[in-house]
Design a protein. Structure first.
Length: 84
């Protein structure tokens, strides 16, 4: 390269780099939303599940009462009431 071309190339690079140096850096922020799971107060322990006997109607009633109790306890957990 000729000395004049080197000088022009150096001056061009100097001007380009000097133009970026005077600018304040911009801070780019990005908000990331994440699902946070919050523990809720719930029942201490489940009621005992009764045994089901195929020919016994009383065992079917006890099992239905058990499932109804479990459903009420679960609704209490979802609504924020602890086992009421």
């Amino acid at each position: 390269m000729k000395p004049l071309n080197k000088t022009i190339a150096a001056a061009t690079c100097g001007l380009l780099l000097a133009g970026c140096a005077a600018k304040e850096p911009t801070v780019i922020t990005r908000t990331v939303y994440q699902e946070v799971k919050i523990p809720v107060v719930c029942i201490e322990e489940m009621p005992a599940k009764p045994k089901f006997k195929a020919g016994d109607l009383q065992s079917a009633r006890e099992l239905m009462a058990y499932f109804k109790t479990c459903e009420e306890l679960l609704r209490g957990c979802v609504n924020g009431r602890a086992g009421n």
